[in-house]
Design a protein around this ligand. Sequence first.
Ligand code: OOG
Ligand code: NI
Length: 477
Amino acid sequence: MPSEFVDPDELRAEFCSALSKMYRSEVPLYGDLVELVDEINDRADEQESWQISDRLKVERHGAIRLGLPSELHTISRLFRLMGMYPVGYYDLSGCGVPVHATAFRPTTRSSLSKNPFRVFTSLLRPELIPDAKLRDQVLSILSKRDIFHPTTRALISQAETRGGLTRPETNLLVQHALETFKWHEEALVPAETYARMRAVHPLLADIAGFRGPHINHLTPRVLDIDAAQAGMPARGICPKAIIEGPPRRLCPILLRQTSFQALTEHIRFPGGGSEGSHRARFGEIESRGCALTKKGNLICLHPSNPLHSVPLVANQHVGHDLYLSLMAESQRTAPPNESNAAHQTLLHQIFTHRFPDTWTSLRQEGLAFFRYTLITPPQPLSNNTTLDELIDSGNIQAEPIVYEDFLPASAAGIFRSNLGQEQSEHVQKNIEAEEESTRKQFEIALGRPVEDFCDLYQAMESDSLQAVERTLGYRLR
Ligand code: OOG
Ligand code: NI
């Protein structure tokens, strides 16, 4: 890339920082969460090195909800300029949320280490709204709005033709792209239309009721989420009842999340006079562990059938499946409305003897992904020393690979708790056989296939091992 163009990693970092600044001014409680997280992270000195890095200070994920495939297409082009690509396909319809989604994020180790900004981006599936009249109305409203500033559109096309953006163009893009993510106090539709949409599903009102897909949360990453959950009330922040995801572990896995409930915000309807309130924007904190192995795609956990076909025993390449099966077991056992403490105790009991909790066993049983680095070649070099022996002797370091993605069951839980509606009977369910075709439609809108995150972790692990093998001069597998 010619040097006159700004690096996509730099553009992403600048955009993430500008968005964070904007959201802090829109939702001051987000600023309080960031302060709490920074305080905990500064104290977390006994953490292992794979968790602590420069990226932690700037690490955020956000979420937006889009209405039309054409909006997804343009967002995909915009994020691409920032070095963010669609990874993972999340179908949330089985959980009563009429959307499917992906996460735009950087995919290489070097880009992730500079700034791992990700955006969980969902797209409405109007075909799951059985009220045909309302569906047509929603589509007509959506087709008349443009969520992108003309300058954003022009700069995207220009960058694609010329291969990048100059410094002044980059500044202009950051400024105008922010417009798409900002909050509008004035709704796009009259009060009656808003009320009709909300009665069928609050998500409809949130997506089609406004001029743009306001960012609905920005999430900093914390090293000790139990401390964050406990520290929220002292700052006047009321956390959700339960930390989503796996229990606390010596070797943290996947993703744990907690949040505060969406704020009730004042809105105005066009034409003046009538006013109302809307709940969409909330605060969330996440804690990331290591990526677990799994072949195939993630499926959404249906609340009444959480198990699907997940196997119950640990064998090669099923770390993620083993996680899902243990979580399903906890759902079957858990009494409703339990406290976080009771929930965590139950998870702890279920996981303790069934999910290995040392890096060695996670690695040897093929449950998690690792990055291998040659610290120093063994002396004398013999080509029958095994990988395990070289790790034991300290010649090779095996470092867990951070899970950079999302968990559909946790995401659906977050959607539901913030939309203030348990499960909408108005929403049709996707049947499993349809998933392939809905995914295809989603990818057509994106203009590219979504990447499989397991493949990305696998490639990172294999590349690191290959580099070690090249230096040693023999194969370790
Ligand atoms: C997205 C919810 C998903 C997460 O952290 O799992 C999400 C939304 O509410 O739009 O952000
Ligand atoms: Ni989130």
